[in-house]
Design a protein around this ligand. Structure first.
Ligand SMILES: NC(=O)c1ccc[n+]([C@@H]2O[C@H](COP(=O)([O-])OP(=O)(O)OC[C@H]3O[C@@H](n4cnc5c(N)ncnc54)[C@H](OP(=O)(O)O)[C@@H]3O)[C@@H](O)[C@H]2O)c1
Length: 338
């Protein structure tokens, strides 16, 4: 088998290495990986910005789709030949998150999917329908599940006529746009690129705002939603949270997902409590959420087709990381294996 390993921090130290083919242990499944999608986290992991204590030699990436090659003792739910996709947290099958369920994150706590042969837990993968290609399925475990959790995983799931503010046009945000539209919600989306905004409009976004040329984007967002959006898909973090607090309606929700615009900053705590804003921390999602996403995306006519910006061959995985880092992409960047 072949796999990429983070021998030291820095993309130049991401190394393609040969290893013996794995044998599955009890409850484990070996998957012949056919496609892997990249997430912002994977770039941070490789750069050493996510976990400074990451074990040397870790195989990066959380998202992989492929075919079951072998099953270990006790595995009941999968058989050789099944088409499957990985679940981000190998131990979070369902219900609310807990510290125990959070252990076993692929490409962090345990070896990930940027490999020809991944050893996954039976509790950490989902079957995929024939209608989904491996490249499409590989986009789902982190970005789509996170978007799903943000929109539907809380106490007030997004529905018909709700307004959702989506920041940016990366992997999570494009899925949030698509899933919110599929649920009948109105979408207001921001981006640094007018060209990406035009594509978002064609995908059903009602209002588009360039956050570079309109730095006070919270004002038009609030106006367009008639006094505040129901939900903000917050990928900016500290640098955008203040504006999101202004853009959301009283009693609305900010799904706090990313920190692209900063980790720490001042927070208007009084507005949060006086206007009863629900700030929900999101940490990807469970296997049950992945299964819901697979059903939604895999259903013909469901209206959610993963937006795949570019596909790189396995041999050019480093170039794929570099391309993602450039920020030129819209939607997902995928690596395909032979
Ligand atoms: N908590 C979780 O469970 C979870 C899960 C997945 C991802 N995340 C986090 O969510 C963020 C996005 O991840 P991703 O994988 O979707 O990344 P990605 O595909 O690389 O998307 C990044 C995009 O974010 C947009 N962006 C950057 N700065 C922005 C700002 N100040 N305001 C609005 N948009 C901005 C840009 O869109 P434009 O090019 O359109 O400007 C950029 O292309 C990252 O911080 C990641 O770590 C968290």
């Amino acid at each position: 088998m072949q796999r990429y390993q983070i021998m030291r921090f820095g993309l130049e130290h991401l190394t393609l290495a040969e290893a013996a083919d794995p044998t599955p242990g009890p409850g484990q499944v070996v998957v012949s990986i056919k496609a892997v999608s990249l997430n912002y986290r994977d770039m941070m992991m490789v750069a050493g910005q996510y976990d400074p204590n990451l074990a040397a030699g870790r195989v990066p990436c959380s998202d992989g789709a492929g075919v079951v090659l072998a099953t270990g003792p006790g595995v009941r739910g999968f058989k050789v030949g099944d088409r499957v996709v990985s679940s981000f947290f190998q131990n979070w099958t369902d219900g609310p998150i807990s510290s125990a369920k959070m252990r076993g994150a692929l490409g962090g706590d345990v070896d990930g999917t940027l490999t020809s042969h991944a050893v996954l837990s039976e509790t950490g993968l989902s079957k995929i329908p024939d209608g989904l290609s491996f490249v499409q399925a590989a986009t789902l475990p982190c970005a789509a599940v996170t978007a799903w959790n943000a929109l539907f995983g809380g106490p007030r799931p997004v529905g018909l006529g709700d307004s959702v503010l989506v920041q940016g046009t990366g992997g999570v945000s494009v899925f949030a746009l698509q899933l919110a539209r599929a649920a009948g919600a109105r979408v207001i989306i921001t981006s640094s690129s007018d060209e990406k905004l035009a594509r978002a409009k064609a995908m059903g976004a009602e209002v588009t705002i360039n956050y570079k040329s309109t730095p006070d984007w919270e004002k038009p967002a609030r106006e367009a939603s008639g006094g505040g959006v129901d939900v903000v898909v917050e990928v900016g973090g500290a640098g955008t949270l203040g504006k999101s607090i202004k853009a959301v309606r009283t009693g609305g929700t900010i799904a706090l997902i990313g920190v692209l615009a900063g980790v720490r900053g001042e927070v208007d705590t009084v507005s949060i409590l006086m206007r009863s804003i629900d700030v929900r921390g999101i940490n990807v999602g469970s296997l049950a959420m992945l299964q819901s996403v697979v059903r939604a995306v895999g259903t013909t006519g469901g209206g959610v087709e993963p937006v795949i910006d570019r596909v790189f061959p396995f041999a050019l995985a480093k170039e794929a990381f570099g391309y993602m880092k450039s920020g030129a992409h819209m939607g997902k960047v995928v690596i395909e294996l032979p």
